[in-house]
Write a protein that binds this ligand. Structure first.
Ligand code: PEP
Ligand code: MN
Length: 361
């Protein structure tokens, strides 16, 4: 009873710790690998929770699909040896039952599960009546509603402690990342669910070691609550996700290299300086909106002429000319071509909608 209570406390403590660092191998492979990885991770003094995949959803058949239930006993031993609470991915009701039977402390839904409301509902039903914290990875495809739906299903089953894991989104032709981060989607998710723990998973975003640190830093700069990073005692020979795993010691070094920023600090002087700059931003934003509104009024005037003369709203040549001119100017004044293109696209859409109103009046 005492042991259970102290582990319970360790889980609660870890859940509240900021930044919460979760690490462990992509997959549990052997007893020795699980024990050594967990002990070397614990020795860094920087890890709060031990993860390991027991059942692995693989894109193609024939890859290592996880060691299965026998790995759960190794996790139990790892917890005993290190005091670290354990976390495992579950994808079926039976896996929830098995994981809880072996005292896994935190469960997570993988990206391939979050996409499927049938699976999510099956898991939610299996979780009903338990007190285990549950983390929900973003779905593979960039669809916020699926992610929100999964949170709602799990919450409706009475799960009190829910966390989110941002592991990036699959996008065809993307080369830099294994899964494009699409930070704006995770930020929007955080905005809609401010109370939920938000963890970043740089390993599955990057798919490679060399950019893990920069993605981790970005997440910390964006005020994420923690990181989940895969670590392995022999990364190159890992049975899954070999390219993205690092040794426990490399993880320790990487975490040392991160600048841990806080959203808020107490210093009065800092707040005053920040308030002043924020005021400037507010003024500039107001001015920009004023100017945009004027721009739309000019567009409406143009629309009136076009209507009188029976000319189409969209004139591709003119639009290319505007974009061309803007991109050239943008470079000179330190704005990226990418941003300016997106910005002008949005302005153009709004302008067309104003002109359409004139045409229909
Ligand atoms: C994993 O965490 O090893 C995993 C399979 O992740 P994801 O569900 O994000 O692909
Ligand atoms: Mn993995």
């Amino acid at each position: 009873m005492e042991a259970t209570e102290s582990v319970m406390n360790a889980t609660e403590q870890a859940w509240k710790k900021r930044p919460l660092i979760i690490s462990g191998p992509c997959s549990a492979e052997t007893e020795e690998q699980v024990m050594q990885t967990s002990q070397r991770l614990a020795a860094t003094g920087k890890v709060d929770m031990f993860r390991a995949g027991i059942w692995k959803p693989r894109t193609r058949p024939g890859s290592f699909e996880g060691i299965g239930t026998k790995g759960l006993a190794w996790l139990q031993q790892a917890k005993k040896a290190t005091g670290l609470p354990t976390a495992v991915e579950v994808a079926t009701a039976k896996q929830v039952e098995d994981a809880l039977h072996f005292d896994v402390d935190v469960l997570w839904l993988g990206a391939r599960t979050t996409v499927n409301p049938f699976s999510v509902q099956e898991l939610a039903d299996a979780l009903r009546g338990t007190t285990v914290p549950v983390m929900i990875k973003n779905p593979i495809n960039p669809d916020l509603e699926l992610w929100i739906g999964a949170v709602e299903r799990v919450a409706k089953a009475g799960v009190k402690e829910i966390g989110l894991i941002h592991r990036g989104f699959s996008s065809y032709g993307n080369t830099e990342y294994r899964n494009a981060p699409m930070w704006h989607l995770a930020i929007e998710m955080k905005r809609r669910h401010p109370g939920l723990l938000m963890i970043n998973d740089p390993s599955h975003i990057c798919g490679r070691r060399d950019i893990l640190q920069e993605v981790s830093q970005k997440a910390i700069d964006l005020d994420y609550d923690g990181l989940m990073i895969e670590a392995h005692i022999d990364p190159d020979n890992a049975w899954s996700d070999a390219k993205q795993q690092i040794t426990p010691e490399q993880l320790g070094e990487m975490l040392n290299g991160i600048v841990w920023r806080r959203e808020d600090i107490a210093s009065e002087e800092f707040h005053q300086a920040l308030d002043k700059l924020r005021n400037q931003i507010n003024h500039l934003d107001d001015e920009m909106m004023q100017i945009l509104s004027q721009r739309m009024k000019v567009a409406e005037k143009i629309a009136e002429y076009k209507k009188e003369n029976n000319i189409t709203i969209l004139q591709t040549n003119r639009w290319n000319e505007i974009l061309d001119r803007a991109c050239k100017r943008a470079e000179k004044i330190g704005l990226s071509k990418e941003f300016i293109t997106k910005y002008f696209d949005a302005v153009h859409m709004e302008s067309i909608s104003h002109q359409t109103k004139v045409f229909n009046s």
